[in-house]
Design a protein around this ligand. Structure first.
Ligand code: ADP
Ligand code: ASP
Ligand code: MG
Length: 461
């Protein structure tokens, strides 16, 4: 038995939905199918909410556009959609009223944003379940808010696994057939709508997979699997056929959008393999992620990157040998709710450099200035320098462990491509070597590294 998940690109319109239902039907082993909103709808909902909050009436046209996509899909999929489209319209009116409320009070809290975003998955899965029924499947619609329980953190809620598993299991035990489940959305114990973070439908799929003790979890998307690098930049990137859980986590954490970083959590506990497969090319084997993954023949497994980051450099001669400065720096960042993506300190101890998201720079700097006021006044810290327009790139792979020469090949290839490196860090697990470069060097760096490690003339394939 399987749990399948189809991302926004796989359910973007009637033609894709038809194709997706065909895949599910032909396979015949799914108990729950988790679907995202149509591609672009979540972004459009966010845009509508932001405009409404800014007092811009244009939000209403964005909603019209969203409605028309769902109406068109319904009409193309369902022969006489009369009553069904009425019910869909009622649900959509609720969204209009909520956005109108945001427009009137000119405020959209994270809680309201979660509610607004939830409509993308709700509308689409209603349509898909209805169509699957017409196509002859024993299908029912599942609003995951009734089953997936979280805390009250909006935008990125923390799942309460035990209770969620119990509810999912009980719900499916009582029903025959195939559930089409809203990905991404959940609710707090007070019944308030929450979401699992952008791209969170992958995570939903693995929660349902674990709860139902599936044999496999399949994430269907628009590429043949997890690739060695972002295919939009490196068209030559090959499919990684097997990934260990650690490697998959690192790749997704470092920005390989194809997977949400938490997707592997339930699968780790239950040892269910996670597959990445292509809706547009169902015959391709895809990527298998599992604890017992076959060893990869290459020196590195993949390359990924996090964009829109800045480097904050705390510089001061007075830090040399002084105890506790690093602690104060990280305490200040934690208090300011800033996440350090990468940290490096030269052994001269003359500076500590932290890479953070650019959106958090202002908060970080004011927090640091407050915390280090004394050190700044007595000049043991001379400067807090910020460099914007950067990205963190990482090469990832279990084979790097204990193998000399990886860093050498990496940095000499970047050197010959004249890519400047601003900071470097390697975790002691040796699974990941990350470095900070300018965002304008993104494509050049990615292609250069891919060539150096994955092609027969540059690499060890
Ligand atoms: P979905 O709509 O199925 O959730 P996403 O757009 O979230 O799909 O993720 C799939 C996309 O991720 C691919 O189309 C690809 O452009 C991008 N991507 C970035 N890095 C990688 C990678 N290393 N492997 C595969 N895809 C990647
Ligand atoms: N629709 C949500 C998003 O765009 C969740 C997902 O697609 O996984 O982030
Ligand atoms: Mg996705």
């Amino acid at each position: 038995m399987k749990v399948m998940k189809f991302g926004g690109s796989s359910v973007r319109d009637a033609a894709h939905i038809r194709r997706m239902v065909e895949i599910v039907e032909r396979d015949g082993n799914a108990r729950a199918v988790i679907c995202s909103a149509m591609k672009g709808v979540t972004n459009a909902l966010i845009e509508a909410a932001n405009r409404a909050e800014a007092g811009d009436r244009g939000y209403s046209e964005i909603l019209d556009g969203i409605w028309s996509r769902h109406q068109t899909a319904t009409e193309e999929l369902i022969a006489s959609p009369g009553d069904f489209i009425g019910a869909l319209q009622d649900e959509f009116s609720e969204l209009r009223e909520i956005c109108h409320g945001v427009f009137l009070i000119k405020e959209c809290s994270p809680r309201s944003m979660d509610l607004i975003m939830s409509f993308g998955e709700r509308l689409n899965n209603r349509i898909i379940a209805e169509y699957a029924g017409f196509a002859g499947l024993e299908a029912f619609y599942v609003d995951a808010r009734e089953l997936v329980l979280t805390d009250g953190t909006h935008g990125n809620a923390v799942v309460r696994f035990e209770e969620s598993y119990r509810r999912i299991d009980g719900y499916f035990a009582d029903r025959a057939g195939l559930g089409f489940v809203t990905g991404f959305i959940a609710s707090s114990s007070e019944g308030i709508t929450t979401t699992l973070g952008r791209n969170g439908s992958d995570y939903s799929a693995s929660i349902f997979g674990a709860a139902l003790a599936a044999d496999d979890i399949e994430i269907w998307t628009d590429v043949d699997g997890v690739l060695e690098a972002d295919p939009r930049v490196v068209p030559a990137a090959g499919v990684i056929s097997e990934l260990s859980i650690d490697e998959a986590m690192e790749l997704s954490y470092f920005g390989a959008e194809v997977l949400h970083p938490y997707t592997m959590i339930p699968a780790i506990e239950t040892a269910i393999p996670v597959w990445i497969k292509n809706t547009l090319n169902p015959e391709a084997r895809g990527t298998r992620i599992a604890a017992d993954a076959r060893a990869n023949p290459n020196l590195i497994t993949g390359i990924a990157s996090i964009t829109d980051v800045s480097l904050v450099n705390v510089i001061g001669g007075g830090m040399v040998g002084a105890r506790g400065t690093a602690m104060k720096i990280f305490a200040a960042l934690a208090r300011a709710d800033v996440n350090a993506i990468m940290i490096s300190q030269a052994s001269s101890e003359h500076s500590v450099c932290v890479v953070i998201r650019s959106a958090e720079v202002r908060r970080a700097v004011s927090g640091l200035k407050a915390e280090l006021e004394w050190e700044i006044r007595n000049r043991s810290i001379q400067d807090i320098e910020v460099v914007d327009g950067l990205e963190v790139m990482a090469i990832i792979g279990g084979n790097m462990r204990g193998r000399p020469g990886v860093a050498g090949r990496l940095f000499s290839s970047l050197g010959s491509a004249e890519v400047n490196i601003l900071a470097i860090a390697q975790g002691s697990s040796e699974m990941n070597l990350s470095f900070c470069i300018r965002e304008i060097d993104h494509a050049r760096a990615l292609s250069t590294i891919h060539h150096a490690f994955f092609t027969s003339d540059g690499g060890d394939r």
